[in-house]
Design a protein around this ligand. Structure first.
Ligand code: 13P
Length: 250
């Protein structure tokens, strides 16, 4: 079995400046070697670095995405926001939506559904994040919460060609705590079942995000349902990100 076509999403969150762009040099080099050519590496920097990263990775195997957008498809008087078509217009191809850190700032399932629709209309590929909080987990509400996030988030969407789902348990993000293998398989299988029920949902791939690093990646890659990773903190330093990528390829 080979897994050299996995996804590696670098979610830089609210980190980075123009100097950080340099950190992609060695990742660019890596993507040129045959062994790593099929990988899908997607950098999602803050809005301020999108243009520089798009220029830097032009004609390479690396793609670039944004971390959020406004739910309105059209232009309008929304100070401080950008819409999906503006993101597409500068040359980005992906967008993270539904991230728990954006949910904290006011993105609810319904709003996320509007955002997904507008991103798909703009021809962006959507990395749709779902996952339970510690409170949900401790009150045995994980399945219930994920079901609502998926069913409301993907309401009235029929074309899943450009959708990727990322399972990110909120309690694992930035904490160094990982779900057990059993827990991961259970929750990812549950997401799989929900997606399979949707017309054309069978082909949607599922990524994992939450405290992924070069020490735990080997074990995570053993879980066959996981088709790639969305990496926060460990994606900020090229060396760590490259270690993760190298260790996942068998
Ligand atoms: P960490 O890798 O820092 O836990 O963040 C995960 C995440 O939020 C990816 O979207």
């Amino acid at each position: 079995m080979t897994n050299n076509n996995m996804y590696f999403v670098a979610n830089w969150k609210m980190f980075g400046n123009l100097r950080s762009i340099k950190s992609t040099n060695n990742v660019l080099k890596l993507t040129k070697s045959k062994k790593f050519q099929k990988l899908r590496i997607i950098y999602c920097p803050p809005y301020t670095l999108l243009d520089a990263l798009i220029k830097k990775t032009k004609n390479s195997k690396i793609s670039v995405g944004a971390q959020n957008c406004h739910y309105k498809s059209d232009y309008g008087a929304y100070t401080g926001f950008v819409n999906a078509k503006m993101i597409k217009n500068i040359g980005a191809n992906y967008i993270i939506l539904g991230h728990s850190e954006a949910r904290i700032e006011g993105d609810d399932d319904k709003k996320i559904n509007f955002k997904i629709k507008s991103a798909l209309d703009a021809k962006l590929k959507v990395i749709f994040c779902v996952g339970e909080s510690l409170k949900n987990k401790n009150s045995n509400k994980t399945s219930q919460v994920i079901k609502k996030q998926i069913n409301v988030g993907l309401k009235k969407i029929n074309n899943y060609k450009n959708i990727i789902v990322a399972y990110e348990p909120v309690w694992s993000i930035g904490t160094g705590i990982l779900p057990s293998k059993i827990e991961l398989e259970k929750n990812i299988n549950f997401i799989r079942k929900l997606l399979n029920k949707k017309k054309n949902g069978k082909k949607v791939i599922i990524l994992y995000g939450g405290s992924v690093n070069s020490y735990n990646i080997k074990n995570l890659t053993k879980i066959s349902q996981i088709k790639g990773f969305i990496v926060g903190g460990a994606s900020l330093k090229a060396k760590n990100f490259i270690d993760i990528i190298k260790k996942s390829i068998i």
